[in-house]
Write a protein that binds this ligand. Structure first.
Ligand code: BGP
Length: 485
């Protein structure tokens, strides 16, 4: 097979916290992302310093009403513009749109006894709008959107009781939207807990009780694994015909050289990366990882029938994000470059984006083959794209040939993997409309086919404009990828 399958899900991916805005409207309360401030000059050599939070920092942010400093609070106002935006996605021929449901719209503090009606209504309208255009929703249940209230009260996912609260939120989602949504994802980039534990799991470093901060992160991760398994079972029970995927940041690492020590160090990096999907796809903790963690004094806090729950409720498919690759070496003097919330050794064969992320289309083919060979279950690329600055010409055009080239070269590699037999369900490019970037909270790091007239401070009309890539992607979808070469 050298073509994309006939029923291939072409589309785009967004997340509530990066587009909706309206952060305290209609009963919604703050999520962890609403307290992430604008950081255009994020020092990735010390990424953790920016993403480790204390109670004091969170409370200060909650008391700060500055909307400019916290861009995710305003997003691109998708909350009020979604009908027009969905119309544009439909014009491109989208078959699927990946969105997330903000936990805080349905349960503002995570602990209400009844869901918030206005929040329920918003997502009903969004899904109805999508379906009326023939676009299927692919819904992430947890995309850096935990209620801040749960972070403060329970130290987020470190507390096992959060499993129950999240399960109740998911049950509401399945009962409310199970007829409209048949494709679901549990945790966005579940592995990101070790890179930014506060946004991924609400873990505050000063609030870990008897556990060290690192132990608290792995405790929280275990609770997320158990929760993902429980809601996978629930989803199958409550939403007939639904499929539940897990979601990994695919961070492919190459040995910088063929020196065996470089290869060995690289192997560990890659094992670490796939540890998360190993648990969610295979239903067991890999013994080698348990040993590696134990050697650092970390234990997985297994309780009762956790192992059975994990084993019996694996994900139906593996979805992943793919933006860049990196190298590894035992030589400490090699030049490093940032990636998606990571730092890696620079690959001399690759070019980088303005944000330092190394552009590697072939790495996507390698990733697809590796993941399919490892799990033998369908894959779904749910994020891929180029974040970069765009220029609007005097006549109002945006000539983003660089974006087209990035996406085209990646899709050609996807096609090669499919022709080898990789079972790929779909491809949703990240940020089909400009949105607030996750790590830096910038809008000027643009991913979209659709330009949004806003700057980093939120100045602008918010008007949507089609970039050159808009027509290009429309043609890719229309021809089912046969125009790529
Ligand atoms: C992924 C996240 C997304 C998204 C993307 C791009 O890790 O799942 O939410 O934002 O990265 O990263 P950024 O927005 O920092 O450019």
């Amino acid at each position: 097979m050298s073509q994309f399958p006939e029923d291939f899900y072409w589309g785009g991916a967004i997340a509530a916290n990066q587009v909706e805005g309206a952060w305290n409207t209609d009963g919604k309360q703050a999520s962890v992302s609403d307290i992430m401030s604008y950081k255009p000059k994020l020092d990735v050599t010390n990424f953790n310093a920016h993403h480790q939070f204390t109670t004091e920092k969170v409370i200060a942010a909650l008391n700060d009403s500055d909307i400019q400093l916290y861009p995710k609070r305003r997003g691109i106002d998708f909350y009020h513009h979604y009908k027009d935006d969905v119309k544009l996605f439909a014009e491109m021929g989208f078959k699927v749109l990946r969105v997330s449901i903000a936990w805080t719209r349905l349960y503002p503090t995570g602990e209400e006894s009844e869901p918030n009606e206005a929040g329920l209504k918003f997502y009903h309208s969004l899904f109805d709008e999508l379906l009326s255009h023939g676009i299927k929703p692919l819904v992430t249940l947890h995309h850096y959107e935990m209620p801040v209230a749960l972070a403060l009260k329970y130290n987020g996912w470190q507390d096992r009781r959060v499993i129950g609260l999240f399960t109740r939120f998911c049950q509401t989602c399945f009962e409310q939207y199970g007829q409209k949504v048949k494709l679901w994802l549990t945790f966005n980039e579940v592995d990101s807990i070790i890179r930014h534990p506060f946004t991924t799991a609400g873990v505050l470093e000063d609030n870990c009780g008897d556990e060290t901060f690192e132990q608290a992160c792995y405790t929280a991760l275990h609770h997320q694994f158990v929760a993902a398994a429980i809601v996978t079972r629930l989803c199958h029970e409550l939403s007939e015909g639904s499929k539940m995927g897990c979601m990994l940041t695919k961070t492919m690492t190459y040995p910088y050289s063929s020196q065996p020590e470089d290869v060995a160090a690289t192997q560990i990096k890659n094992l670490n990366n796939m540890f998360y999907s190993d648990v969610q796809m295979n239903g067991v903790y890999p013994a080698m990882m348990i040993n590696m963690l134990r050697s650092r004094g970390i234990e997985i806090p297994l309780k009762d029938d956790d192992l059975e729950i994990l084993a019996n409720n694996t994900a139906d498919f593996l979805s992943f994000s793919y933006y860049m690759t990196r190298c590894e070496s035992v030589n400490p003097d090699l030049e490093r470059t940032p990636g998606n919330t990571t730092l890696g050794i620079k690959n001399p064969y690759l070019k980088s984006s303005e944000w330092g992320w190394q552009i590697d289309p072939v790495g996507l083919r390698v990733s697809l083959i590796e993941l399919y060979d490892r799990y033998r279950k369908p894959l779904f690329i749910v994020e891929n794209g180029l974040g970069t600055r765009d220029t609007v010409t005097e006549s109002g055009h945006i000539h983003d040939s660089y974006r087209i080239e990035y996406l085209r070269s990646h899709l050609i590699e996807v096609k090669k993997a499919i022709s080898l037999g990789v079972d790929l369900m779909g491809y949703t490019s990240w940020g089909p409309i400009d949105l607030i970037s996750a790590a830096n909270s910038q809008v000027t790091k643009r991913y979209g086919f659709i330009h949004v007239d806003l700057d980093d401070m939120g100045n602008g009309t918010g008007v949507r404009r089609k970039k050159d890539s808009f027509e290009w992607y429309k043609e890719v979808i229309r021809t089912n990828g046969s125009n790529l070469e």
